[in-house]
Design a protein around this ligand. Structure first.
Ligand SMILES: C[S@@+](CC[C@H](N)C(=O)[O-])C[C@H]1O[C@@H](n2cnc3c(N)ncnc32)[C@H](O)[C@@H]1O
Length: 433
């Protein structure tokens, strides 16, 4: 009997991803719900399958898998993204319906007491007035001190022996996300044309604890509504598990997953971690931010380690690196070359991990965009496919490819000298173990 072959849909974000839960965090790197849904059909996934997204970002994979009744695990090195992913779940809807008002009142009341008692000294003062920072931190402390309803017993066998703790109780993740949003709103933190820059506006504005609590309460209410209006169903179980983890060392045993649906950072020098600097500083401090940046693939921070170019990365990679090394422009040979070598090294390590944890015969669908270094084209699709070949994937295909117009590289106006006649592609590559 012949099977119906489903086709993959574009990963470009659509109108759907501009509102509701997708708008909780101004994330510029996410892919579309329709892509994940088409990927689930394309791979013919079933309800007992467990999917991995090792670069999960805002958690689109987990969110759509849940709607389709499929379990998934999302890993991200950035805790802020993991909180946003964890909070978008049917279980959170169920718990909020039952407990939100009570928990919210506890959190804001305790924040008033904390605010009076505590002495503060914090790096957030560089981003907002000290009164706003103190009240945001009082709310954070209160969220941490609050007891949340126990989550239902985790049923899936693979989660018994994982050594990385779940990012957080999902309901606590929800309140932390509401706090992040409150901080952005009241500090006037606005996205610039480049998502890693921001414009400070209301820097001089003071806020009392009552005003901050009021804004937080409103945002909790609106986020709860977003969840109720989303296609997720209120649920008794957890469908997706979000961990803060460095995917260069995926904390799962080999042969665990039935598929991977994912998208890595691209080679566009976009600083993912810095775009969440406000949230990371709320969670901890600038040292923590630095550590996350160092571990984030594609980040512009050069690590201390000297990385050797590896022939196993493939021919295309070797040629690109040679061209960059010999490019006449400033710092090509030094900073940029090192930075791109670092990216390829991380990409190879993570692809290897994806291979390790996939079950035999199962596939990874990976969305990648090509980019340019000055005038040198970097066809990431080809690079990832050649890496996959040397890792041992048995079948390597490219079932989808399209031209993209709004590429993230365009936000960097300095690169406009080289912009002419460039074409950017977005591909989906399919790697089967
Ligand atoms: C292109 S985004 C993924 C977007 C996602 N598909 C969505 O729809 O939101 C890539 C993500 O990879 C994460 N990342 C970068 N380096 C990582 C690493 N070493 N381990 C795990 N995640 C990493 C970044 O923090 C970023 O959130």
């Amino acid at each position: 009997m012949s099977k119906t072959v489903s086709t993959l849909k574009s990963a470009k974000r659509t109108k759907v991803e501009r509102g509701g839960v997708h708008a909780w965090h101004p994330y510029y790197a996410g892919y579309s719900e329709q892509f994940v849904r088409s990927a689930i059909n394309y791979l013919q996934l079933c309800p007992n399958d467990i999917i991995l997204d090792p670069w999960s970002g805002s958690g689109t994979t987990g969110y759509v898998c849940e709607m389709e009744g499929i379990y998934s695990v999302g890993l991200d090195v950035n805790p802020v993204m993991s909180y946003f992913a964890q909070a978008k779940s049917g279980l959170v809807i169920k718990l909020l319906d039952e407990y939100r008002i009570r928990l919210q009142e506890k959190i804001v009341n305790r924040a008033i007491t904390i605010q009076k008692d505590e002495e503060w000294d914090h790096e957030l003062y560089n981003f907002m007035t000290s009164s706003l920072a103190q009240n945001i931190l009082a709310l954070k402390k209160s969220i941490y001190l609050t007891k949340y309803p126990e989550l239902p017993n985790l049923a899936i066998k693979i989660f018994n022996d994982i050594n990385t703790p779940l990012i957080s109780n999902s309901i606590k993740a929800f309140f932390l996300c509401a706090l992040f949003r409150t901080a952005r709103k009241l500090s006037g933190y606005k996205k610039g044309s480049n998502p890693t820059w921001f414009k400070k506006i209301n820097l001089k504005k003071n806020f009392t604890i009552d005003q901050v609590n009021h804004s937080f309460t409103e945002i909790c209410h609106q986020m709860h509504d977003d969840l109720k209006n989303s296609p997720l169903l209120s649920s008794e179980i957890i469908y997706h598990y979000d961990y803060v983890a460095d995917s260069r060392k995926i904390p799962f045993r080999q042969n665990t997953f039935d598929a991977t649906i994912t998208s890595p950072p691209y080679l566009t020098r976009i600083d993912y971690a810095i775009s969440t600097q406000l949230e990371i500083l709320i969670l901890k401090d600038s040292q923590y931010l630095r550590q996350i940046r160092v571990n984030t693939m594609g980040s512009p921070v050069i690590t201390e380690n000297k990385i050797q170019v590896n022939n196993a990365w493939g021919k295309t990679c070797t040629i690109i690196l040679e061209h960059i090394k010999n490019h006449a422009s400033k710092a090509s040979k030094t900073y940029y070359w090192k930075n791109i070598v670092q990216y390829f090294d991380d990409a190879y390590k993570i692809l290897f991990q994806i291979y390790r944890v996939l079950k035999k015969g199962k596939s990874a669908l990976i969305v990648v965009q090509s980019s340019y270094y000055k005038d040198i084209e970097i066809p990431l699709n080809k690079v990832y496919m050649e890496m996959a070949l040397s890792i041992g994937f048995t079948s390597i295909k490219e079932p989808f490819k399209e031209v993209v117009k709004n590429h993230m590289a365009h936000v960097n106006s300095k690169s406009s000298t080289y912009k002419k006649n460039k074409v950017y592609y977005e591909s989906v590559i399919k790697l089967t173990k």
